[in-house]
Design a protein around this ligand. Structure first.
Ligand SMILES: CC(=O)[C@@H](O)[C@H](O)COP(=O)(O)O
Length: 259
């Protein structure tokens, strides 16, 4: 059975795991590392502004190096200028061109500022970055980001940290159907079934943080997400049955003894 292990390729790099993990908010370093291992994730994102997290005994980058591909993110940035500067700092410090681009338009909602996001994407692509933008669940914005050269689009399921799951599954499905680049569902995931749904809708991968780091048992939850993402992907590839409005007997009615 190799189908659900078909690698996801982003900017020439292959990932056999389609689960990407955030690194913030774990109770301690051991739980974080155990959860990371249980998740099977091969890419983990860390905020470049908070890279030396309190509670971690050694630097987060040293901790992650050799285990996963580190994806610095621009969390906390509110303008294109700020995000570009942060990405450049990350490139310098971590020697990576990859960046998860977050440009926030509202501190309470943590919703993207689309105008600034597009501006920052264009500039960072022109500077040679591999840009993975966190964006609205809006097909027009996703198309614009792809046109500007984003390596993926990462529409939100719902607001960051809410655990509300996928607020608009129809739109996520539509984005997946139209996107020329891989779609990574990012943010708002609450539990394993949300991640399975994302994959069933056609997402190439899922990025999440809070649902694991704040779970009662983060390590088990990380394992649950690993299975959910694989299961959802497998279901997607298998082709689900159409939904019907009327019952249809699942057992044949003819050829039974006495019929
Ligand atoms: C870690 C990170 O990048 C978050 O900003 C991301 O969007 C995940 O959100 P959740 O914590 O809701 O999974």
């Amino acid at each position: 059975m190799t189908e659900f292990n078909d690698p996801l390729v982003i900017a020439g790099r292959s990932f056999t795991s389609r689960l990407f993990l955030g690194t913030a908010g774990y109770p301690n370093q051991k739980v974080f590392l155990d959860a990371l291992e249980a998740s099977g994730a091969q890419m983990a994102t860390a905020s470049i502004r908070r890279i030396s997290l309190a509670g971690y005994e050694e630097s987060l980058t040293d901790l992650l190096a050799g285990r996963v591909h580190i994806l610095p993110n621009t969390a906390g940035c509110q303008t294109a200028k700020d995000a570009i500067l942060t990405a450049e700092l990350a490139r310098e410090a971590l020697e990576t061109d990859w960046v998860k681009l977050e440009v926030i338009g509202d501190r309470e909602l943590l919703y993207p500022n689309v105008e600034e996001l597009l501006k920052a994407t264009e500039e960072l692509v022109s500077r040679g970055f591999v840009v993975l933008p966190y964006c609205n669940d809006d097909p027009v914005t996703c198309q614009k980001l792809a046109d500007l050269g984003a390596a993926t689009v990462m529409p939100l399921g719902s607001m960051i940290g809410t655990g509300l799951g996928i607020a608009n599954p129809h739109m996520i499905e539509l984005i997946c159907a139209r996107s020329p680049v891989p779609v990574v569902l990012d943010a708002g995931i609450g539990t394993a079934s949300d991640a399975a749904l994302a994959m069933e809708l056609g997402c190439a991968a899922v990025l999440l943080n809070t649902a694991v780091s704040k779970a009662h048992d983060p390590v088990r939850m990380a394992a649950a997400f690993r299975h959910a993402v694989e299961g959802g992907r497998l279901a997607r590839l298998s082709g689900r049955i159409p939904k019907r409005l009327h019952a249809e007997a699942s057992s044949p009615e003819f050829g039974l003894v006495g019929s």
